[in-house]
Design a protein around this ligand. Structure first.
Ligand SMILES: NC(=O)C1=CN([C@@H]2O[C@H](COP(=O)(O)OP(=O)(O)OC[C@H]3O[C@@H](n4cnc5c(N)ncnc54)[C@H](OP(=O)(O)O)[C@@H]3O)[C@@H](O)[C@H]2O)C=CC1
Ligand SMILES: CC(=O)N[C@@H](CCC(=O)OP(=O)(O)O)C(=O)O
Length: 335
């Protein structure tokens, strides 16, 4: 059994991670920590009543080292890089949920996150945790940077076209709509119920921090620099992300060609389903699946994907990465 600590256990991705690990045959949650919300975890999250009675404590590195082999680090951006180096020095394996180890271009990190990076050395050592695209780099890694939720969905939607040079590497537009849990548990004016209920709001126009993350992934898959525009929206539903990606083909592709390209690219992937029609967010709620579909329209290719932001966009993908790092069946604990 691998012993797993969840640091940042009182947040949305923390509890989602506990839920998944309670079903895992080879992993046991041994330690939970948070900053302000401490106490019995089933009192913090009523849905865990009768299933988990662990205490959520203030982080104690000595105890962490004694009781854990792997850490799922569910801390906010900028906070994580203050904790992860010590965990790595202690020999722990870490899957980090924040953006602190995702961007290899540290200038881009400092520009989009508006903070100096304080753990530059470990960025180069981190594997980017999108298994369907970078599995071989995750195997054997001590630190995995779990991707952002929007980049996960959007890049799985276009990867088969980028990989084979089927689309232009500039002019791509990604349009995504996320449920409110994507913003975490901290209250905000935008997510306050009277504002968000029955509402749909664009934000981060031209400035969202997932734009350089998507460009990094797309460029690696394409093998050449890719430039794109990303526009996020937040909607009045709990969980899920629908991404629609508009791109220009480099050659004529019929819908049958597209179906063949996608089916071939994802034929061995357990968590990517290629559909024959556009997907809906509820298809994948509570699961680690990403559903994709691409179609030719008026000289463009329009690609769609759906994921659950808390599962394939965060905790599910983190457990998938943990399974790869630990040599378990990649789907263990996941539905
Ligand atoms: N929500 C989502 O859909 C996704 C989130 N992510 C990323 O996952 C990480 C966690 O997100 P999420 O669970 O939504 O966030 P939440 O805001 O819901 O939870 C954050 C957790 O971090 C703890 N925390 C906050 N600040 C500090 C601090 N300064 N020191 C120690 N602990 C702290 C909180 O503790 P306490 O409550 O006790 O203060 C809480 O346990 C973030 O990096 C986020 O960007 C990634 C993909 C998707
Ligand atoms: C709706 C909403 O607010 N979403 C978050 C993205 C959450 C996420 O998955 O990304 P990170 O891990 O990079 O935080 C945002 O736009 O900042």
């Amino acid at each position: 059994m691998v012993r797993v600590a969840i640091v940042g256990a009182s947040g949305y991705t923390g509890v989602e991670s506990i839920e998944i690990l309670l079903r895992h045959e080879q992993a046991e949650v041994t330690y939970l920590s948070a900053m302000t919300e401490t106490g019995r975890v089933d009192e913090i999250f009523g849905r865990l009543r009768g299933r988990c009675e662990l205490e959520v404590e203030h982080l104690d590195f000595n105890k962490l080292g004694e009781v854990a082999d792997v850490v799922l680090c569910c801390l906010p951006h900028k906070v994580a890089m203050g904790y992860v180096p010590k965990m790595l020095d202690m020999g722990l394996k870490v899957v980090d949920f924040s953006a602190d180890y995702r961007l290899r271009d540290l200038e881009a990190y400092e520009k989009f996150y508006k903070v100096e990076h304080t753990d530059r050395a470990n960025v180069a050592k981190a594997a980017f945790g999108l298994p369907e695209l970078f599995r071989s780099k995750i195997e054997g890694a001590q630190l995995v940077a779990n991707p952002g939720c929007y980049p996960t969905g959007a890049m799985l939607a276009v990867a088969p076209l980028l990989k084979n040079g089927y689309i232009e590497t500039s002019g791509m537009a990604v349009n995504s709509v996320s449920g409110a849990s994507g913003a975490g548990k901290k209250p905000s004016k935008l997510c306050h119920y009277p504002n968000l209920n029955e509402n749909l709001v664009p934000y981060g126009v031209g400035t969202h921090r997932h734009m350089p993350e998507m460009e990094q992934i797309a460029s690696e898959v394409a093998g050449t620099d890719v430039e794109l525009l990303f526009q996020p929206h937040i909607g009045a539903f709990d969980r899920g992300i629908l991404s629609t990606v508009y791109c220009d083909p480099t050659r004529e592709l019929s819908n049958d060609d597209l179906a063949d390209i996608y089916r071939a690219f994802y034929k061995r992937e357990r968590f990517v389903s290629v559909l024959g029609q556009p997907p809906a967010v509820k298809n994948v709620a509570g699961t680690n699946y990403c559903q994709v579909f691409a179609t030719a329209v008026k000289g463009k290719i329009v690609c769609f994907s759906v994921i659950d932001n808390l599962v394939k966009g965060a905790s599910g993908q983190a457990v998938q990465n943990m399974n790869i790092v630990c040599g378990f069946d990649e789907a263990m604990g996941l539905v």
